[in-house]
Design a protein around this ligand. Structure first.
Ligand SMILES: [Fe+2]
Ligand SMILES: [Fe+2]
Length: 195
């Protein structure tokens, strides 16, 4: 469904359950970053009403997710910690050669956002059955988020195809998935959404 080429091991989910504060903190900041990414691309198609409305709504939805994660943190008597570096996102960006071409940067941002949404979904799907045992209410929460983030994954990829041409984007996307699979196979050892 998500088309990813590597799967997160279940051991990662057990690491998360043992350090929920780190995980929920990381998740909360990921929602803020997702909102920022959606806002940042508006400037690339300011005349496209549908695109501006979609990205604006998406940014608001991501901030609502932040609020929901923050609520869970408080309900569990945990603390929102400090933002940690997202090594995964930094490494993922390195797939693309540096460019000053504004349009290329735009397409790269759309593809990177799509992929990060897809990986979040996959991570949630691995986490749900494991977290169900000790935190059933969190399992339900992640089931709901899975649906939203899966939609975001499709939205970003559809726009990349629309603005970059389906054939061209599909070719890059396939190579990006190979690169991401190798990257993710070296991760999964920290209580982080993409770590
Ligand atoms: Fe979100
Ligand atoms: Fe999202």
């Amino acid at each position: 469904m998500l088309g990813l080429k590597a799967q997160t091991p279940e051991t990662w989910a057990h690491i998360v359950v043992q350090d929920l504060e780190t995980f929920l903190t990381d998740h909360a900041y990921n929602e803020i970053k997702a909102a920022q990414s959606a806002m940042a691309v508006i400037n690339h198609r300011p005349n496209n009403v549908e695109f501006v409305n979609t990205m604006s709504a998406l940014a608001i939805e991501e901030m609502q997710h932040f609020e929901m994660v923050y609520e869970r943190i408080q309900e569990l008597n945990l603390k929102l910690g400090q933002e940690s570096q997202n090594t995964y996102a930094m490494q993922l960006r390195k797939f693309f050669p540096r460019t000053k071409d504004r349009e290329e940067k735009f397409l790269q941002k759309l593809m990177l956002s799509s992929l990060m949404e897809a990986r979040s979904c996959e991570r949630f799907s691995i986490l749900i059955p494991v977290i169900k045992e000790s935190y059933p209410e969190l399992a339900g929460f992640y089931e709901d988020l899975f649906v939203s983030e899966a939609r975001h994954y499709r939205v970003f990829l559809q726009y990349a195809r629309k603005f970059g041409g389906k054939e061209r984007i599909d070719k890059i996307w396939d190579e990006l998935l190979d690169y991401e699979a190798e990257l993710i196979n070296g991760l999964g050892k920290n209580a982080l959404v993409h770590g």
